[in-house]
Design a protein. Structure first.
Length: 404
């Protein structure tokens, strides 16, 4: 049986322990929702304020040149590239994840125009599914959705694009990137990965993958609505046709040419003027990962998740663990099933343990290795145990607002 001292010992020897000091987290709050919105890195407000007051407020339009606004997106992209195992010049930043998915899937489909299907799984994130159907309608293709464990068997020569979320947003189950990439390569299909629930918490290697997208506001802690990124393998960059061509993706934006000429490299995936304040916040947030080995993040993530699941088994008999037990089959969050998930989470939040809920019956708890303390795993489970033993959840609302 585990006890609190076990977790305290883990914290005392944690090589990533000092990263916690980089974040502004309320005292007494156990935040297990970084898989939805990462917390605020402490130095970000000062950086954003300087951008607003000194650069925008004082230097105005000169800041595009004098303060490097113009190439900020490229600099941020180069900082994200190592976090996903991508080479320089293969990542572009901007827009939202939904727009990035659209660009990547539409471009991939154009590279395989004679194939019928866009293959995905039934557990994919809803916005990805919406986009896939839109691309299929526009490109004369069909979406084929299969259970996650059937994806590898359904990759065939009539599949143009395989579009998957690496880590299932509900269950935490993850696909094997090498296995899917290899099967697609053998069939001549292309793969688009959504890394939104991976990057920043796991070691991800896109060097052998075709395309990827991801968001900046989950484990990268870039702030609500932070810009997304898109990865284009160097071998596909020359043939990448951005379906939303705009001046930021032009080879020479200020040439003001009537005809579109794509920029070299992944920069051609950009479209319009970037949100500088959002980019500044994301850029500053990425400071947290400077010098951090992503493999160390994953080692800690695996420990946090494994211990959380073990404690649930030992101390929370009311719940079913739906997250895979094997470390190589899961990401960095744990999902528990219970028919009263909404009320239980509301009661847990009242006890300062913050996770979230996904319908119809899942409680999700994100274990973010950059700032999570091991002892928080024990304290969170004890708080949830208190909720269940006291029946406090019976008096809690099913929903506390539109965002669950």
């Amino acid at each position: 049986m585990l006890d609190r001292a076990y977790f305290e010992d883990l914290d005392s020897s944690d090589p990533l322990a000092d990263l916690r000091n980089a974040f502004s987290l309320p005292d007494g709050l156990i935040y297990l929702d970084g898989n939805s919105l990462g917390p605020l890195p402490s130095h970000v407000p000062a950086v954003v304020q300087r951008t607003v007051v000194d650069e925008w407020g004082h230097d105005l339009i000169r800041s595009w040149n004098d303060h490097g606004w113009w190439d900020l997106a490229e600099r941020v992209a180069e900082r994200i590239a190592p976090l996903i195992g991508a080479p320089p010049g293969s990542v572009a930043v901007g827009d939202t994840t939904t727009v990035a998915v659209y660009k990547a899937v539409a471009a991939a489909r154009r590279l395989r125009p004679d194939r019928r299907y866009i293959l995905t799984d039934t557990g994919n994130f809803p916005t990805d599914l919406y986009v896939l159907h839109a691309v299929a309608d526009q490109a004369g293709a069909e979406v084929m959705s299969v259970p996650p464990d059937q994806v590898l068997d359904r990759i065939s020569p009539d599949v143009a694009v395989v579009s998957l979320t690496h880590v299932d947003y509900r269950t935490g189950r993850r696909h094997s990137i090498p296995d899917v990439d290899a099967a697609a390569r053998d069939a001549g299909a292309l793969v688009v990965w959504d890394l939104s629930h991976s990057v920043g918490a796991m070691d991800v290697d896109m060097s052998g993958s075709d395309f990827a997208v991801g968001c900046g506001y989950k484990y990268l802690n870039g702030g609500p609505g932070a810009p997304a990124f898109i990865y284009v393998h160097p071998s596909h960059q020359a043939g990448f046709r951005n379906p939303i061509t705009g001046w930021w993706g032009h080879a020479e934006p200020f040439a003001m040419e009537s005809a579109y000429r794509p920029a070299p490299g992944a920069s051609r995936a950009q479209t319009g003027t970037q949100s500088i304040l959002a980019l500044v916040a994301l850029d500053a947030a990425l400071d947290v990962f400077d010098g951090v080995d992503t493999r160390a993040l994953r080692v800690k993530s695996e420990r946090l998740v494994a211990d959380f699941i073990r404690l649930v088994d030992e101390r929370l008999p009311w719940f079913e663990v739906v997250t895979p037990r094997a470390p190589d089959q899961r990401g960095s969050h744990v999902s528990l099933a219970h028919p009263e998930a909404g009320r239980i989470m509301a009661a847990s939040i009242q006890r300062r343990v913050v996770g979230d809920v996904r319908p119809p019956n899942l409680l999700r708890f994100g274990l973010a290795p950059a700032y999570q303390r091991h002892v928080e795993v024990w304290d969170a489970v004890e708080a949830i145990r208190g909720v269940m033993e006291s029946d406090a959840w019976r008096h809690a609302p099913e929903r506390t607002g539109p965002v669950t």
